[in-house]
Design a protein around this ligand. Structure first.
Ligand code: HEM
Ligand SMILES: [Ca+2]
Ligand SMILES: [Ca+2]
Length: 317
């Protein structure tokens, strides 16, 4: 089996293979990469946004491009869910890729595979690891606003909730910690971390695990009232570089979201030890991140005659 070691998801054989478009659209990879090189050069944050787009797609009905569907007579779009609204980005870049691919190989490359490849290439272009992406996902004919609201973890989640929500996707503790390392790039809005600054436990006190100087800086960006959309880097030391600094910052009390810091402080020995290991050993982080990205990318793919290849990623055919 070509690409063996990759086509296997958490629950077994996924039916996907890296060679899927080798004959039907051999230039797919290079076309996607060329669009991304330009988009990320113009806006370095776009790499982060595309990585997150993949995560928010895969956690709702699997990696089926459900997140790209707009509201219509039959669709209630996931774009308006709590985790996505005023937050998720990258749709225009996916559209540009899809338009180019439709010219070269019409009705061939799924929107779901485009998102998956764009996430991988975004990591590569940010200085992270490269890996082979199993391909052959097809696109959904439905979306789920309700599951987008319930299945994507919130930033104030406890460690137990994070573990539970990952487990629901057949992702384990190693996957949770490694994939959280996606926060080595990109930013978050004040509304997603305000609670930690002013009222973490309902006692009008900041989160005690926040390092003091970091906390002082965050207060300036994120006041008690207003400034909801002010942004702060998830990894302020290297916000556009894919590296292991995210884990070092957590050790220093400088993780931005509650969901970041509780990987260390949430009293689960295994997550705590993984944070320390990844902070010490970038190669180890990269190795596990790749494994976990393949696993996340293999969540409930539509294959064979299930789903469809959308002509326009915004709409069912
Ligand atoms: C573990 C549970 C997770 C939680 C609670 C979480 C939460 C968040 C939140 C609240 C933001 C900021 C959104 C905003 O302010 O608009 C964010 C951004 C981001 N997340 Fe996560 N996330 C999690 C896991 C992941 C995973 C698994 C990945 C990918 C592997 C990821 C990649 C990103 C990236 C790259 C950004 C920055 C996006 C940008 O700058 O546009 N996150 N996350
Ligand atoms: Ca989906
Ligand atoms: Ca970084």
């Amino acid at each position: 089996f070509p690409g063996s070691g990759y086509g296997w998801g958490g629950g077994g054989y996924s039916g996907l293979t890296p060679e899927f478009y080798d004959f039907s659209c051999p230039r797919a990879n290079e076309i996607i990469m060329s669009v991304l090189e330009k988009a990320i050069a113009e806006d370095p944050r776009m790499a982060a946004s595309l990585l997150r787009l993949h995560f928010h797609d895969c956690f709702v009905q699997g990696c089926d491009a459900s997140i790209l569907l707009d509201d219509s007579a039959t669709i209630v779009s996931e774009k308006n869910s709590g985790p996505n609204k005023n937050s998720i980005r990258g749709f225009e870049v996916i559209d540009e890729i899809k338009a180019k691919l439709e010219i070269v190989c019409p009705h061939t490359v799924s929107c779901a595979d485009i998102i998956t490849l764009a996430a991988r290439d975004s990591v590569v272009l940010s200085g992270g690891p490269h890996w082979e992406v199993p391909l052959g996902r097809r696109d959904s004919k439905a979306a789920s606003l309700s599951r987008s609201n319930t299945d994507i973890p919130a930033p104030n989640s406890t460690i137990k909730t994070l573990i539970t929500k990952f487990k629901r996707q057949s992702l384990d503790i190693e996957d949770l910690v490694a994939l959280s390392g996606g926060h080595t790039i990109g930013v978050a809005r004040c509304v997603t971390f305000r609670q930690r600054l002013y009222n973490q436990n309902g006692n009008n006190q900041p989160d005690a695990t926040l390092e003091k100087t970091y906390y002082n800086g965050l207060q300036k960006i994120c006041p008690k009232v207003g400034g909801d959309n002010n942004i702060s880097p998830l990894d302020f030391a290297s916000p556009v570089k894919f590296d292991n600094t995210y884990f070092k910052l957590i050790l220093w009390g400088k993780g931005l979201l509650n969901s970041d810091e509780v990987l260390l402080t949430g009293n689960i020995r295994q997550t705590m030890e993984l944070v320390k290991s990844y902070a010490e050993d970038e190669a180890l982080f990269f190795h596990q991140f790749v494994k976990s990205m393949v696993k996340m990318g293999n969540i409930s793919p539509l294959t064979g005659s299930k789903g469809e290849i959308r002509k326009n990623c915004h709409l069912v055919n």
